[in-house]
Design a protein around this ligand. Structure first.
Ligand code: PLP
Length: 396
């Protein structure tokens, strides 16, 4: 019956396990491990682990399992593995799937740390990576080969908010039996149906919208039982990138309200982008929910028309103007998280993407004037007024 629940019911009740006390709010099992009644029971558990059985915190924990089951249920995956951070999820998913000599095709518009894994770590272990323009399906078609084991992309890229066609890339990848790994942070678990659209492993940094209140780091990998328990778990449980039970509890509580928060944030983002588009101080207003966005048709079909909670503003006047703008903001904070209840402004070229060469930044459209703006839960009209006065300062 719970499989038939709609999303909002799954987000509140999915995966709940109650202890003998029948607590209302999910319990936090802050324990490193679990005791066995007998030596025989310990032996049996190491041979095969049952549904409600646990061995050691690095392998699994009841609070963490509640979070894994709840997010898997929401996403339409059979199972999930929760990780210490979003990057533990990205590196764990890729490293558990790949070995020396394998080939990977990846979109080139990636978060700095994801680029480090693909360009640095995987290459060091003998995995060949081909980078493509993720929005160009011909490039994906030309890059995949019979030895391509995985494809990787952010379904909505950071910070230029390009949207990649999950179903089309999955079809190209599956034709050569490659596993489709999608970093889905910007699409959000509320708007995305990536598994239904063909993704094999969906990854979230839970640090973003799932917590949504800037408290804890976390990540999760969602997919089929076979991939999660057969491929991901053996790697993760022995390499140690598990989520702490306390953080799992924070994330469980975050899931209860994520639908309301993310929908409100996306509604404000569209209102703000619409109000600022064409402003004299701006070269470009990038928001996937705007009809003028290059992939807006895809946003309609893939994300139910929702453009997410982040917009990017490209200011005229480069870094000087961007810094004046950031320093003039009174409500949003200057930081580098996103998906938070507090609006957050980021200058990617000098912070999150500082490590990239000028050539890479140019290629990805990370201009000196670009500001990423994560829309929070404040009143949208207050934000529009504040952004407008800061744009005026930037122009002066
Ligand atoms: C933040 C982020 C990550 C990394 O997540 P952490 O929780 O910070 O490790 C990975 N991918 C994308 C797209 C992100 O925005």
């Amino acid at each position: 019956m719970s499989e038939n629940w709609n999303s909002r019911t799954k987000l509140v009740h999915g995966g709940t396990r109650r202890s003998q006390y029948n607590e209302v709010s999910e319990a936090i099992f802050l324990t490193q491990g679990f005791v066995y009644d007998t030596a025989e029971q310990a032996e049996a558990r190491f041979v095969e682990i049952g549904e409600d059985e646990f061995i050691y915190g690095r392998y699994g924990n009841p609070t963490v399992a509640m979070f894994e089951n709840r997010i898997a249920m929401l996403e339409g995956g059979e199972d999930a593995f929760a990780t210490a951070s979003g990057m533990a999820a990205v590196s764990g998913a890729l490293t558990s799937l790949l070995k020396a000599g394998d080939h990977v095709v990846s979109a080139k518009a990636l978060f700095g740390s994801c680029l480090f894994i693909l360009e640095g770590v995987l290459a060091r272990y003998g995995v060949e990576v081909t980078f493509v323009d993720g929005t160009n399906l011909d490039e994906w078609r030309a890059a995949v080969r019979p030895d391509t084991k995985a494809v990787f992309f952010e379904s909505m890229s950071n910070p230029t908010l390009e949207v990649i066609d999950v179903a089309a890339v999955a079809e190209i990848a599956h034709a050569v039996s490659a596993t489709v790994v999608v970093d889905n942070v910007f699409s959000t678990p509320v708007f995305s149906k990536a598994i239904e659209q063909g993704a094999d492993l969906v990854i979230y940094s839970a640090t973003k919208h799932i917590d949504g209140q800037g408290r804890a780091l976390g990540g999760v990998i969602i997919g089929s039982k076979e991939l999660i328990r057969g491929t991901v778990e053996p790697y993760m449980k022995h390499t140690g990138g598990c989520m702490s039970p306390f953080n799992a509890w924070v994330m469980l509580k975050g899931l209860e309200t994520i639908d309301l928060r993310v929908r409100a944030q996306a509604e404000s983002a569209l209102k703000i982008a619409t109000a600022l588009e064409g402003h004299a101080a701006l070269e470009r207003t990038i928001y996937p929910g705007l009809p003028t966005h290059a992939q807006n048709a895809l946003v309609q079909s893939q994300l139910d028309g929702k453009g997410g909670t982040v917009l990017s503003l490209d200011l005229k006047g480069g870094k000087d103007a961007a810094f004046k703008f950031l320093n003039a903001l009174t409500i949003p904070v200057i930081s580098n998280n996103l998906g938070d209840a507090k609006s957050i402004a980021t200058h990617p070229a000098t912070t999150t993407h500082q490590r990239l060469s000028d050539e890479q930044k140019d290629d990805l459209g990370i201009t000196p004037g670009l500001v990423r703006f994560s829309v929070g839960l404040e009143d949208a009209d207050d934000l529009i007024a504040d952004l407008s006065q800061a744009l005026q300062v930037a122009q002066s």
